[in-house]
Ligand binder design. Structure first.
Ligand code: NIG
Ligand code: FE
Length: 416
């Protein structure tokens, strides 16, 4: 039992509206002052004020049997759902980092053979054990920053064998971590150099080999495509989404990061999420506002690439699009495990309020992964995923940027 909670952000909100949080509902945190949360068997069983808890007859009888954690007036919220990460790689990309500082752009570096392609060799050569260790270390680091659910993509192997190896590494690391991991096949991250000028051939491998194998071996829940300039076209993305559907895998895509991606043709595949969304047109915004496809914004990428522009969060939220926040942890554009950092950037550069950033990092992240029935809020019946922050007011979570104020994480009922 977590007791003596100064601010308990339940994110419970009974608007009666099904689906992800949108518009003004995004800032409803369901705060209980002086709160208590009781967890049993990895689930949340009751949530209320200390006063409620003191009156509860079951609690009175069983108090001695329960492990009580005194939160000393701190803030407790649902564990973060980081719905977009690329943890399967070997080395940081320090050359790209320095090149960009000198003024070369991400696209120029990629066109010259740097970028995603330069992470491939390490993954192709690596033994699975090393990859498992890398992923596990990242998961642990994420939990230390308050994250309890992580979507993890493959995407730096780009051969059938090394994409399957990456997904296996995700599965093995996940089995050694108490949190929840949702695996995604990102075989269509970029066209590898051996297929340069023959992207159709590579797309066929993704559709006819990677997707069927990942589905058959239950190595992935989602198929992702980087649908943007220099990566895959909308037509290729449709082809890949079609194959995913045939194998009962849901889809999501990286869109509009470098240039505008036309989203309409992709909507018939009912994607769980469109991610990045730096460049998006008014028509698509209006259409997304009518759907449950979440716009997952990853401001860490804009920050790390040194961009002046950020995704139009205000416009999206005000239009009624469901917005989530994620780290986009990866070696090229966003080497951070910190959801509070992503939230801080959302506040300072995208003008989201601290309350909106918290809902976008929890319940809407859960919607983006289609697991909102068990994640993203603190309410009876949901998984016991909670984070404790050593602050008095929830607004301090995005405020103290660059320092980790997470003092404890409860992951599926396990304290880490
Ligand atoms: O989300 N945009 C594509 N994928 C990553 C970057 C991957 C990389 O540069 O290694 C992203 O930003
Ligand atoms: Fe990404």
């Amino acid at each position: 039992m977590l007791a003596n909670i100064g601010q308990l952000l339940t994110l419970q909100f009974s608007s009666g509206k099904p689906g992800p949080r949108r518009g003004p509902d995004l800032k409803e945190l369901g705060i209980i002052e002086d709160g208590v949360v009781l967890c049993l068997g990895g689930k949340i069983v009751s949530v209320g004020t200390t006063e409620d808890a003191l009156r509860d007859p079951w609690l009175k009888r069983n108090r001695k049997k329960i492990t009580e954690i005194d939160c000393a007036g701190k803030v407790v919220l649902p564990g973060f759902v980081d719905s977009h990460t690329h943890p399967v790689f070997i080395s940081p990309r320090l050359v790209d980092f320095e090149e960009r500082i000198k003024g070369t752009s991400y696209e120029e570096i990629a066109a010259a053979g740097g970028g995603i392609r330069s992470s491939m060799e390490g993954v192709r050569r690596a033994g699975k054990r090393v990859l498992v260790e890398r992923v596990l270390a990242v998961l642990r680091d994420m939990a230390a920053h308050g994250t309890t659910t992580v979507e993890a993509k493959s995407g730096y192997g780009l051969t059938v064998e090394s994409e399957m190896k990456s997904l296996e590494a995700i599965r093995e690391a996940a089995s050694q971590w108490p949190g929840t991991v949702i695996p995604t096949l990102l075989g269509a991250h970029v066209v590898p150099k051996e297929f340069q000028g023959r992207s159709q051939k590579y797309v066929e491998i993704v559709c006819k080999e990677m997707i069927p194998q990942a589905a058959k071996r239950k190595l992935a829940r989602f198929v992702d495509v980087f649908c943007d300039q220099g990566a895959f076209t909308a037509a290729e993305t449709e082809q890949i989404f079609e194959a995913a559907g045939q194998h009962s895998l849901s889809v999501r895509a990286h869109v509009g990061q470098l240039s505008e991606t036309v989203l309409r043709p992709l909507l018939r595949f009912n994607p769980a999420s469109f991610d990045h969304m730096d460049h998006v047109n008014e028509d698509d915004i209006a259409e997304l506002a009518r759907r449950n496809t979440v716009a997952t914004l990853v401001p860490g990428a804009n920050y790390f690439l040194g961009l002046k522009e950020y995704p139009p969060a205000r416009k999206l939220i005000d239009a009624g699009v469901a917005v989530a926040l994620a780290t986009d942890y990866n070696p090229g554009t966003s080497p951070t495990v910190s959801m509070p950092m992503a939230m801080s950037l959302a506040c300072t550069h995208m003008k989201m309020s601290p309350a909106e950033a918290i809902a976008a990092a929890t319940i809407n992240g859960a919607w983006a992964l289609r697991i909102a029935e068990r994640k993203g809020t603190i309410e009876p019946g949901k998984d016991a995923d909670l984070s404790v922050f050593a602050v008095d007011d929830y607004r301090e979570i995005p405020y103290w940027f660059g320092a980790n104020r997470c003092s404890m994480t409860v992951v599926n009922g396990v304290v880490v």
